[in-house]
Design a protein around this ligand. Structure first.
Ligand code: HEM
Length: 276
């Protein structure tokens, strides 16, 4: 298979994709090797690869929304569809882990302690890019080489912020959701969004963009729900391996507190105020 190399030697599949290097990145800690450990490592690595692509696409969405013209809104909507599809794969992928018997997991779980998905910097970056910025959670990844990238994300504009800026430019009287936003501002923002949501045909491009963001939020929530169910199925109420890093709570008790995180709370709430 040729990949259009400009050199005299056509580049080979495994060279282009660095397959040997990729296949050399799975190092089980158990001796003799516990059968399910390879599966556990690969599933996590594949998640991290997808997170890398999600960051790439969300960056492009952010850049497009900052310009905010009609062709950029189309680009943002189109790329958000891609991220939605990736998120659906991420939700489905949890089933692979569910094929592991809890007793098989116990054969290597102690070895990975205190590592936990809780320390995934890329997951926190994706959250921050959508608008779920949490400096307290970020602090737990201080020792990771990507930590500085996460700190930048916390400072940078997120998709919720640029989307609200765009709405304001289009004449919608909205205030970006934050802990500081007053109740009056929240009410005003919902009434402004209600105009668009009552009559989506008046600005279908903007409506589709916002619904794409809701879809992303929903897929992330579905991932959280599915992950917590899978965790309960594997370890019940046992403490998580990230215990001590998650604060007072850990394991499924901690994970249950995350299920209500919404990157775009107004886009959910607006449905309640729609005209009958
Ligand atoms: C058998 C498989 C798994 C188990 C038992 C498990 C368990 C847990 C537990 C107990 C926590 C809470 C923190 C703690 O107490 O350590 C957690 C958090 C987390 N896990 Fe997993 N996990 C598994 C697989 C995965 C996979 C495949 C991913 C994909 C990257 C993942 C990503 C995360 C993330 C991102 C968090 C933080 C969630 C948040 O703070 O909102 N986990 N996991």
């Amino acid at each position: 298979m040729g990949y259009g190399s400009e050199g005299s030697e056509p580049i080979r599949y495994s060279e282009y994709l660095r397959v040997p290097e990729l296949l050399d990145q799975q190092h089980c800690l158990t001796v003799p090797e516990a059968h399910d450990e390879l599966q556990f490592i690969i599933v996590h690595q594949v998640y991290e690869l997808w997170f890398k692509l999600v960051r790439h696409e969300l960056d492009a969405i952010l850049a497009a929304l900052k310009v905010g013209g009609s062709s950029e809104i189309y680009t943002a909507t189109r790329l958000s569809r891609r991220v939605q599809e990736i998120f659906k794969v991420l939700v489905k992928q949890i089933h692979v882990l569910e094929s592991m018997r809890p007793s098989d997991f116990m054969a290597f779980r102690k070895k990975l302690n205190p590592a936990s998905g809780f320390q995934s910097v890329q997951f926190r970056e994706v959250e921050a890019m959508l608008g779920l910025k949490d400096a307290t959670l970020a602090a737990f990844t201080r020792e990771d080489p990507r930590h500085p990238a996460l700190l930048k994300r916390l400072e940078a504009e997120s998709i919720d912020e640029v989307a609200y800026e765009l709405l304001r430019q289009r004449g919608f009287d909205v205030v970006t959701p934050s802990a500081e936003r007053s109740e009056a501002d929240e009410e005003r923002s919902l009434l402004a969004l209600k105009v668009l949501y009552d009559k989506p045909d008046n600005d279908p491009a903007l409506y589709e963009l916002l619904e794409g963001l809701v879809e992303l939020d929903e897929q992330l929530i579905l991932w959280r729900r599915h992950h917590v169910m899978m965790v309960e199925r594997q370890i019940g109420d046992k403490p998580g391996t990230g215990k001590g890093t998650t604060g007072n709570l850990d394991g499924i008790r901690y994970l249950r507190t995350t299920l209500n995180r919404r990157a775009f709370p107004d886009l959910w709430a607006v449905r309640t105020v729609l005209s009958d």
